[in-house]
Design a protein around this ligand. Structure first.
Ligand SMILES: Cc1ncc(COP(=O)(O)O)c(C=O)c1O
Length: 379
């Protein structure tokens, strides 16, 4: 069996750099690089291969389904997490009494935009404030009521790494008969997701981060028994029951979650996504979660030992793969780390250190040493 160290060797960047930035985007593997090149080769060699494009789309759909323990017909392959959110937003029915959409202050902006855009159709958007960097369940419960159509939460917050308790949030939503959407982009590939355990209505995400590949491909999970009654107005020919019917006098959406798709898929990126997903499925997300948890225990201890301010929860069950540290100038700190070959990123006053299966103890020690050398930039 291959070890995590064996997999690390598939990522050339580690020859020169400490890459610990998967919350922003993943390191590039030899396999993903080869997949991109294969796309170009196929164009040269085959010219046109529409059948393969469509087959590839279906293979990617099946891999997303496997990743989430979902059925393929519950997956739409989109072009970004934002496109998935817009597709859901366009399907929401606001003509009844339920007009409230509940989001949180931990939301990635695009998630909130999807709901605010619906105000022109009468939607009311309520924001639950964060408490100690987390979603407070009592606060959430006090906002969700019989008029709530949808509760939307991030699995992992992009700013501080906080991990939401999805089953508890789902129970609050269900008590009032509301639907629930999870923005899983900062978790998928690093935090196990099983739709049978979560039992939520929608999950959105994309491929660029812990799924190892690229921008240009997102996904949307739609709970099977919601599909038939969902009528997204963000649509297109790939959303039709028969893509090749070339129908122009009606809109006949697919019976599956494909009805949330739009146009020609992002084909070059599908090649890459297929390769990225294959590696993640081969390693297994629970193995990734436990490897990264061990690294993050070392990282959090190091952060505390040098007197830096940890902005992520200390409890390993309450954060995703990303660990954040407060900075007086987060951009300068990212640049200072880059000068010594460490690639990290920042948001909202915090530096974000996001390990994946390809990181190891030496990477963590290098990050701690570099933070210690830049104490002047720590808050
Ligand atoms: C939690 C979360 N949701 C959504 C997005 C937006 O993804 P996309 O650019 O694919 O729409 C991001 C991007 O960083 C994110 O971190």
């Amino acid at each position: 069996m291959k070890t995590m160290a064996d997999y690390r060797d598939h990522f050339p960047i580690f020859k020169d750099k400490v890459y610990i930035n998967s919350c922003s985007y993943a390191a590039l593997s030899n396999e993903v690089e080869a997949a991109f090149l294969q796309y170009l080769k196929d164009r040269h060699e085959k010219g046109a291969d529409w059948i393969d494009w469509c087959d590839r789309l279906e293979r990617v759909r099946a891999s997303f389904a496997e990743l989430l323990s979902a059925k393929s017909n519950e997956i739409a392959v989109t072009t970004s997490a934002s496109a998935s959110l817009s597709a859901v937003s366009s399907s929401l029915e606001l003509s009844g009494p339920r007009k409230k959409i509940v989001t949180t202050d931990l939301a990635f902006p695009t998630e909130a935009h999807a709901w605010h855009a619906l105000k022109k159709h009468g939607a009311e958007v309520a924001h639950v404030k964060e408490k100690d960097g987390m979603i407070d369940l009592d606060d959430l419960e006090s906002v969700v009521d019989q008029n709530t159509l949808l509760v939307a939460v991030p699995l992992v917050c992009y700013r501080n790494g906080a991990l939401a308790d999805i089953p508890a949030i789902r129970d609050i939503a269900r008590k009032s008969g509301s639907m629930i959407l999870v923005d899983a982009y900062q978790g998928v590939g690093a935090v196990p997701i099983d739709v049978n355990v979560w039992d939520v209505d929608f999950i959105v995400g994309g491929s660029l981060k812990y799924l190892l590949s690229t921008a240009g491909v997102g996904f949307l999970y739609v709970r099977e028994d919601l599909i038939a009654t969902s009528r997204p107005t963000q649509t297109g020919w790939f959303a039709q029951e028969d893509i090749h019917a070339m129908l122009i006098h009606d809109n006949i959406p697919a019976k599956s979650a494909r009805r949330f798709e739009q146009g020609t898929p992002s084909v070059p990126n599908l090649y890459a996504v297929e390769a990225g997903l294959q590696m993640i499925l081969e390693i297994g997300v629970p193995n990734i979660r436990s490897h990264v948890a061990t690294l993050n225990e070392r990282l959090k201890k190091g952060i505390q030992d040098i007197g830096a301010k940890l902005m992520s929860p200390l409890d390993p069950d309450k954060h995703g793969a990303m660990i954040t540290v407060a900075s007086t100038d987060e951009y300068a700190l990212v640049a200072a780390l880059a000068k010594v070959g460490i690639i990290a990123s920042c948001r909202d006053g915090n530096i974000r250190i996001s390990a994946h299966f390809y990181n190891n103890n030496d990477d963590i020690d290098a990050v701690i040493a570099a933070l210690s050398d830049n104490k002047g930039l720590l808050a």
